[in-house]
Design a binder for this molecule. Structure first.
Ligand code: AMP
Length: 500
């Protein structure tokens, strides 16, 4: 395997999470039976770049051997190069965009992870986070297992290796039945592409088709980029096994691995993560975000001259707010698209600097105006603090911050990995007024939980079918939190490098 970046190994086999980083999720893509498998995977990963910008990897199989390229950085930095793509021959490929949940950015954790097992080679790529990954890993290590990475995905490979079942597909199902948390996972063997979604369907995963060949991707935008057809969502608790038959045809075997739990897709996919042109759980992300802005204008109106989005996340909600309120929408903030997402910078200090690098005030649209500033979410408050100050410095008469999601009180453990509770802005102030004073706005309002539910699914929280998971707002976690509960809440928590 050719690796242009040398591997760096941290001292600890399991990292200490300092709780100071909020990271994004990851993206996965896989295709079976297509002669351009690796190139299509690179394109799919490019469309999913917003889900993780730290590293990207592709594993292919050419009928004889597996090929793996894993690189730090953006998909476009590496996988547009014909030389790199030529190293990934074959008609089966899976790929992964990574954003880790720990400070460690070692190449050894970049996915897909490959292992040579008794039943043959297998590579896995995973979006989400296991809530019992650390517990299982400790048990495996105590039993003599040797771990090559600090990624929780490696646990799955160990469980597949140890399974008593004979076929790879059965072993895979046996392994994921032991995992808890939120995950959308792809695996590739010599003849199979396997896709799985966790029993509550926290992370999204769709099935598509191109020239009759099956594709799986985190979001529909990865199908659109290659002109593939959307087939359906992978259901919660479902495992789909696609296999190339000896006559070249492809069989598709969909099985249930979950225990019949209801689906609870992560609401944050609609609030922030997914690309607006994606359709997640059958709903347009753009429409959901615009509805959030419409509901926000109904719930929290204000007299103002101009609605300004915090781009890009806040833009659809700001359009909705402007439409509902009748206040003109203007680009009062210009975003520099050549800077990565704010959260890529690891420390609070640099993160604050990053916000300034990314956004600048468009004085012509702000000076002397009463501004309604619309953002999709407030986590630590870093962005709000900087942007409100920036808008004031550009001459705004008033700044009213409207947030198109409720206050975040609880950390996520399913691939978002929000910071410790005490670092969340909502937990630092006991009143909205105090929070507003800290941010420096003239007024501050958040969308209600029912306003958010209605924006996404049309119904209030109690009537929503299917239900969603909204644990970061409510503390109502959809699964057990085995790893976390083994630690003291609020203290430093040891976690595995998650797969975002
Ligand atoms: P903060 O500055 O900590 O309050 O974070 C809120 C800002 O970060 C908003 O502008 C969001 O668009 C964005 N954001 C929300 N969630 C995430 C996430 N998981 N990763 C990166 N950025 C995020």
């Amino acid at each position: 395997m050719k690796q242009p970046v040398s591997e760096t190994f941290a001292e600890d086999s399991v990292n200490e999470w300092d709780g100071d980083t909020l990271h994004e999720e990851c993206g996965v893509f896989g295709i079976l039976g297509h002669p351009e498998a690796a190139t299509l995977t690179a394109l799919g990963l490019h469309a999913l770049q917003h889900r993780g910008q730290e590293a990207a990897g592709i594993v292919s199989f050419d009928g004889l051997r597996f090929h793996s390229e894993r690189r730090m950085g953006l998909v476009g930095d590496h996988y547009t190069d014909p030389v790199t793509l030529a190293r990934l021959p074959g008609n089966i490929a899976i790929g992964h965009n990574r954003y880790s949940t720990t400070g460690e950015v070692a190449l050894r954790n970049v996915q897909p992870l490959f292992a040579e097992l008794e039943v043959g080679g297998i590579a896995v790529a995973h979006n989400g986070n296991f809530t019992n990954g650390l517990t299982l890993r400790r048990q495996l290590i105590a039993g003599g297992a040797i771990c090559q990475s600090t990624s929780d995905t490696e646990v799955v490979l160990h469980l597949i290796a140890r399974s008593r079942y004979s076929s790879t597909a059965d072993r895979f199902i046996d392994a994921i039945r032991q995992m808890e948390g939120g995950y959308s996972m792809l695996a590739v063997t010599r003849t199979k592409l396997i896709a799985a979604r966790d029993p509550t369907g926290i992370r999204p995963l769709v099935m598509g088709e191109l020239d009759g060949k099956p594709i799986f991707a985190s979001e529909t935008c990865a199908l659109d980029i290659i002109g593939a057809k959307f087939v359906r969502d992978v259901e919660n608790g479902e495992v789909i096994i696609c296999e190339i038959q000896p006559d070249g045809s492809i069989s598709i075997d969909a099985r249930k691995a979950g225990n019949g739990q209801p689906e609870r897709l992560c609401l944050f996919e609609y609030v922030y993560f997914a690309r607006p042109d994606s359709v997640v759980g059958g709903r347009s992300v753009y429409v959901a975000r615009k509805n959030m802005g419409i509901n926000l204008a109904k719930e929290a109106p204000v007299e103002a001259d101009v609605v300004v989005p915090v781009p890009d996340g806040g833009t659809p909600a700001a359009l909705g707010y402007a439409q509902e309120s009748g206040i003109p929408f203007e680009y009062g903030i210009i975003r520099n698209h050549y800077v990565g997402r704010t959260f890529i910078e690891p420390t609070q200090q640099i993160r604050a600097f990053g916000v300034k690098l990314k956004h600048s005030a468009n004085r012509a649209m702000i000076e002397g105006k009463r501004v309604v500033l619309v953002d999709d979410s407030v986590v630590r408050g870093t962005t709000s603090l900087k942007i409100v100050r920036m808008i004031r410095d550009a001459g705004a008469k008033e700044v009213h911050l409207r947030v198109a999601s409720p206050m975040i009180y609880y950390p996520d453990f399913y691939g978002i990995d929000t910071p410790d509770r005490d670092k969340l802005l909502a937990n630092q102030y006991d009143s909205l007024e105090a929070m507003c004073r800290y941010i420096g706005a003239d007024s501050l309002e958040f969308l209600s939980i029912n306003g958010l539910y209605r924006a996404v699914g049309g119904e209030d929280r109690n009537n929503a079918r299917p239900q969603f998971t909204d644990h970061y707002f409510t503390g109502d976690y959809p699964t057990r939190l085995l790893d976390k509960d083994g630690e003291t809440m609020g203290r430093k928590v040891s976690v595995l490098a998650s797969n975002g």
